[in-house]
Design a protein. Structure first.
Length: 261
């Protein structure tokens, strides 16, 4: 079983990608809704929460851990890997790799939480692969609460997205990394505001591909659609809005369980 965690609802975009790409694998998800957001917390706290989340998933029987949160990936990947004896995957490396592969002019924008952008991890990973790349990173702290609230198609959300993307538009980026797992939910708004010529990189797709390779899965076009897999969802605080937004992201009805960490 694959254990996946995020600070809240955003990691479900990764679960959706895993369900599509890895049919046949059971997935257990933990959304730490009681302690979200992580994006405004200190590194020590993010590491502490990430270790607890991992422990919980391992108790449920996870054999691999996917840190489906850019913020936790930025600060806690090493700690989780050092502490537990299972393969651990994060979302930054695969996202950076995909962006370098897609960008023609190596002019790459990154949007994420304050903590992710402050960590500089995306920039470092991109430069490791393409030292000549120009990277422009912008924190977008208001987008996570808007998604958690389900304000996906509100004009106010579009206005805020436009304001955040303005500095990137003037830099003439050709690729934009959605460096927070909540942002793919706003993909249509982001694409409209940044312009059709900018390629959007969703780390959910990238991590699903990496995991498929690790598990020796056949390429996407021959993957079997499976019906027998099990998806179990836990949150640390059950809120009504979570269920609605979860169903919107996963495009299927869901049952949510309360997790006691
Ligand atoms: N979804 C998390 C991420 O990918 C951020 C949400 C939060 O701030 O907790 O960075």
């Amino acid at each position: 079983m694959i254990g996946v965690f995020d600070s809240g609802i955003g990691g479900l975009t990764v679960v959706r990608a895993l369900l599509d790409r890895l049919p046949g694998h059971d997935i257990t998800y933990l959304g730490d809704t009681a302690r979200t957001p992580y994006g405004s917390k200190s590194a020590t706290t993010i590491v502490k929460y990430s270790l607890k989340n991992t422990e919980f998933l391992l108790r449920q029987g996870a054999r691999f851990i996917v840190i489906a949160c850019n913020t936790a990936s930025s600060y806690a990947f090493q700690a989780v890997r050092d502490q537990f004896n299972v393969p651990v995957f994060e979302v930054i490396g695969p996202g950076a790799h995909l962006a370098v592969a897609r960008s023609r002019r190596q002019s790459i924008g990154v949007i994420g939480t304050r903590a992710t952008i402050a960590s500089g991890v995306y920039e470092a990973k991109i430069k490791q692969e393409a030292p000549e790349a120009r990277v422009f990173a912008v924190p977008c702290p208001l987008l996570v609460p808007l998604v958690e609230e389900g304000w996906i198609n509100k004009p106010e959300t579009a206005m805020i997205v436009r304001k955040y993307l303005h500095p990137l538009k003037t830099r003439q980026i050709d690729t934009l990394i959605l460096g927070c797992t909540h942002y793919p939910v706003l993909r249509h708004v982001i694409q409209r505001k940044i312009g059709a010529r900018v390629a959007l990189v969703d780390s959910a797709e990238a991590i699903a591909e990496q995991l498929a390779a690790f598990l020796g899965e056949p390429p996407a076009f021959v993957a079997q659609k499976d019906t027998g897999r099990r998806l179990t969802l836990f949150v640390t605080d059950v809120a009504e809005q979570f269920q609605k937004t979860a169903q919107l992201i996963l495009r299927q009805p869901v049952i949510i369980h309360q997790a006691d960490l």
